[in-house]
Design a protein around this ligand. Structure first.
Ligand SMILES: Cc1cc2nc3c(=O)[nH]c(=O)nc-3n(C[C@H](O)[C@H](O)[C@H](O)COP(=O)(O)OP(=O)(O)OC[C@H]3O[C@@H](n4cnc5c(N)ncnc54)[C@H](O)[C@@H]3O)c2cc1C
Length: 403
């Protein structure tokens, strides 16, 4: 089979590895528009479940990913001059540069052709049995066929910027800072021995009130360094990585699609779906998409059947994380509802931000129910039963009102 993967991000590269492992006679090319070694963003988080999956699928790249990841199992949240530290699940961070370097090296060693600085559009679409649109959230291949894919976009209210820093956080770190124009916050996590990611977010009125909408790039970064000095310990924030344009303030766009394939073109990773960064799942989902597509292509002789099976499986697997991401994004958009709670309650509800019930229950009542549920198994089961029902009803109503 001749396969053209458009986009050399985690999704496209990992798919090329898995297909080549299954059948070395596949003719696979990854077309990436950027030069080798250049990518946007900083580090990404993931959990043990992904690592186990990667070890099953391709132990060689999994070992390299594990070796180059940092890990932590504590979270710390700062609100005003208070800080709370708590134990959490084991989590991992790896730099995007490093992850892509590992995947590209592995793909090459298996005989995948990598063509960097090669942008694909509808006009130079490669001639292949299968064209994989792994070209990210702004996918040109998908946009050119938006009607067919039935794309839906929902744009978040808050502004965010993805920065790096030389401060190496020893725990997943949240810092909420009150300004004269409202709250602004950051989340930081290490992704290597010398760097951490630092995502900063705020509501639009805070963004304009602080002048971040008009500030020159370096002035904006300097202001953020001042606001978060208490967690950065004098380390700088970094707005641009080598050879890239400076980081920009954006609104997060959550994308869904009625269908994920058209003739021999199939969507993979962020091109197929995007989930709010506050659940730290996009890379994991992109890699899991690659696993599911490689499985489907291996299990079905007919391409249309394989693509239909892949789409059906992934859409159903994604439901829970997409719901969590929507509620998590909304929690931050409704920060004033939680930020004035007593610190132990605020920190506990920060950990519960994915809950579909939380927006509909007064926060202090929710906190008490959650505490009680922690002690009573029956109540916990009731909460687990009720949560998805509320989420489905609300989602169905939202869809109906849009139609
Ligand atoms: C602020 C922020 C924080 C995040 N944090 C996390 C996290 O902690 N954990 C996590 O799992 N995920 C995180 N993510 C999400 C994660 O970065 C993405 O979900 C992931 O990169 C998706 O992988 P992908 O391969 O589908 O797309 P991408 O990584 O975007 O790769 C797409 C590639 O396609 C190339 N390309 C685009 N158009 C063309 C074209 N026409 N021709 C050729 N090449 C093209 C691009 O240059 C790019 O290299 C975060 C995202 C954001 C915005």
């Amino acid at each position: 089979m001749k396969v053209a993967c458009v986009g050399g991000g985690p999704a496209g590269l990992y798919l090329s590895i898995l297909l080549k492992r299954r059948d070395p006679s596949h003719d696979i090319t990854v077309h990436e528009r950027d030069p080798e070694g250049s990518t946007y963003g900083w580090g990404v988080t993931y959990w043990r479940g992904l690592l186990d999956r990667l070890h099953e699928c391709d132990p060689e790249s999994a070992r390299a990913v594990e070796e180059h990841s940092v890990r932590w199992s504590e979270g710390v949240a700062h609100v005003r001059d208070l800080a709370a530290r708590h134990k959490g699940d084991e989590a991992f961070g790896i730099g995007r540069h490093r992850l892509l370097e590992i995947l590209a090296d592995r793909a090459r060693s298996l005989g995948v052709r990598l063509e960097f600085e090669h942008e694909i559009t509808e006009d130079n679409l490669p001639d292949a049995d299968l064209v994989v649109a792994a070209d990210g959230v702004h996918s040109a291949l998908r946009t050119g066929r938006a009607d067919h894919f039935g794309s839906r976009v929902s744009t978040g209210r808050n502004r965010y910027i993805w920065l790096g820093t030389t401060k190496v956080f020893d725990a997943f770190t949240f810092a909420f800072v009150e300004t004269d124009h409202g709250w602004i916050w950051c989340y930081g996590y290490a992704f290597g021995p010398e760097h951490s990611t630092c995502v900063v977010e705020c509501g639009p009125e805070t963004w304009t009130g602080l002048g971040l909408d008009e500030a020159h790039e370096s002035d904006g970064v300097a202001l953020l360094e001042k606001l978060f000095a208490h967690v950065l310990d004098g380390h700088p924030l970094i707005g641009r990585s080598a050879g890239r344009a400076g980081a920009q303030w954006l609104n997060f766009r959550t994308l869904t699609h009625r269908t994920w394939h058209h003739d021999n073109v199939v969507l993979l990773g962020d091109a197929a779906h995007s989930t709010h960064y506050s659940v730290g799942a996009g890379t994991t989902l992109a890699l899991e998409d690659a696993v599911a597509l490689a499985d489907a292509l291996g299990d079905h002789a007919s391409l249309p059947h394989a693509l239909t099976h892949y789409e059906r499986r992934r859409k159903s697997e994604l439901l829970a994380v997409q719901s969590a991401a929507r509620y998590s994004a909304r929690w931050y958009e409704n920060l004033p509802r939680y930020i004035h709670l007593p610190p132990d309650q605020m920190f506990a509800l920060l950990g519960q931000r994915h809950s579909p019930l939380l927006p509909y229950v007064p926060p202090q009542l929710y906190y008490r129910i959650d505490r009680a549920a922690g002690q009573l198994e029956a109540l916990r089961r009731f909460k687990r039963w009720l949560g998805p029902k509320v989420a489905r009803t609300v989602h169905a109503r939202a869809l109906a009102s849009r139609e």
